[in-house]
Design a protein around this ligand. Structure first.
Ligand code: ADP
Ligand code: ADP
Length: 216
C-alpha cells in the first residue's frame, strides 16, 4: 500500500524540515508546493511568474493553478509508492482534489501530522530562515546553523533569505493560514488521520515525536 503523508501547520512551524526527515526515513519523495513554485520562478515559466504575484504578497496562489501543478507532479512515477506532501493542501478545495488524485493510484491520505507553535515562535523562525538556492534545503541563523555561514551543508550552494520571510509578509501569511487553511484540521480529524505534534520543541524532539506516531 502506498503511504501519503500531509504535513499540516502554520508557516514556519517546521513542516519542510520534518518533511525532509520523513522522506529520507521512508524513502519517499518530498513534494513541497512552495519549492515547485520557486523552481518555476527560477526557470522563468509563466506559472512561476503568475505564482510570484501572490507569493510576494503572502497570499495563496489560486486553487486551479495549484491543483493542476500538483496533479502534474503526481504523474511522475516516483509518487506511486507514496509521498510526503509539504504545503499542499492549503484549502478545503485542494484537500478534496488531493483525495481524488490519490484514489487514481488506489491511495489515500494515511497520516496528517498537525504541527503547532505560538505565533512568536513562527515569526522568529521565519525571519531567521536561510534557504538553499539550488534545492530548498532549510537552515536557521540560530536554531539550525549551516557549518559555514551563507553556504548549504548538503550541496554547497548559496543560502538566501526568502523575500516573503520579511516580517510584514510573515504576519500576512499567518493570517492567510488562519483564514484559509485551518478548516483542514477538522477535515482530517473527521477522516481520523490527524495527529497533533508539539512544534515548539527542538528539531530532533519534533522528529522523534513524529517517528513514534509513524511506528504505531
Ligand atoms: P515551514 O516549512 O513549516 O514553513 P521550515 O521547516 O522551513 O517551516 O522551518 C522554518 C524555520 O525554522 C527554518 O529556518 C528551520 O531551520 C527552523 N526550524 C524548523 N523546525 C524548528 C524547531 N523545531 N526548532 C527551531 N527551529 C526550527
Ligand atoms: P512556508 O514554508 O512558509 O509554509 P511555502 O514555501 O509552503 O511557505 O509557500 C510559499 C508561498 O507559496 C505561499 O505563501 C503561497 O503564496 C504559495 N503556495 C505554496 N503552496 C500553496 C498552496 N498549496 N496553495 C496556494 N498557494 C501556495
Amino acid at each position: 500500500m502506498p503511504t501519503y503523508i500531509v504535513m499540516l501547520g502554520p508557516p514556519g512551524v517546521g513542516k519542510g524540515t520534518q518533511a525532509k526527515v520523513l522522506a529520507s526515513q521512508l524513502e519517499l519523495p518530498h513534494i513541497s508546493s512552495g519549492d515547485i513554485f520557486r523552481e518555476n520562478l527560477k526557470d522563468g515559466t509563466e506559472m512561476g511568474k503568475l505564482a510570484q504575484t501572490y507569493m510576494s504578497k503572502g497570499e495563496l496562489v489560486p486553487d486551479d493553478v495549484t491543483i493542476a501543478m500538483i496533479r502534474e507532479r503526481f504523474e511522475r512515477p516516483d509518487c506511486k509508492n507514496g509521498a510526503i506532501l509539504d504545503g499542499f493542501p492549503r484549502t478545503p478545495a485542494q484537500a478534496v482534489a488531493l483525495d481524488k488524485m490519490l484514489a487514481v493510484f488506489g491511495g489515500k491520505v494515511n497520516m496528517v501530522p498537525f504541527i503547532m507553535a505560538p505565533d512568536e515562535v513562527l515569526i522568529e523562525r521565519l525571519t531567521g530562515r536561510w534557504t538553499c538556492r539550488a534545492s530548498g534545503h532549510i537552515f536557521h541563523e540560530k536554531f539550525n546553523q549551516p557549518r559555514q555561514a551563507g553556504k548549504c551543508d548538503i550541496d554547497g550552494s548559496e543560502l538566501y533569505q526568502r523575500e516573503d520571510d520579511k516580517v510584514e509578509t510573515v504576519v500576512k501569511r499567518i493570517q492567510v493560514y488562519l483564514q484559509q487553511t485551518t478548516p483542514l484540521i477538522e477535515f482530517y480529524k473527521s477522516q481520523g488521520t490527524l495527529v497533533e505534534i508539539n512544534g515548539a520543541q527542538p528539531i530532533d524532539e519534533v522528529s522523534a515525536q513524529l517517528l513514534s506516531f509513524l511506528n504505531k
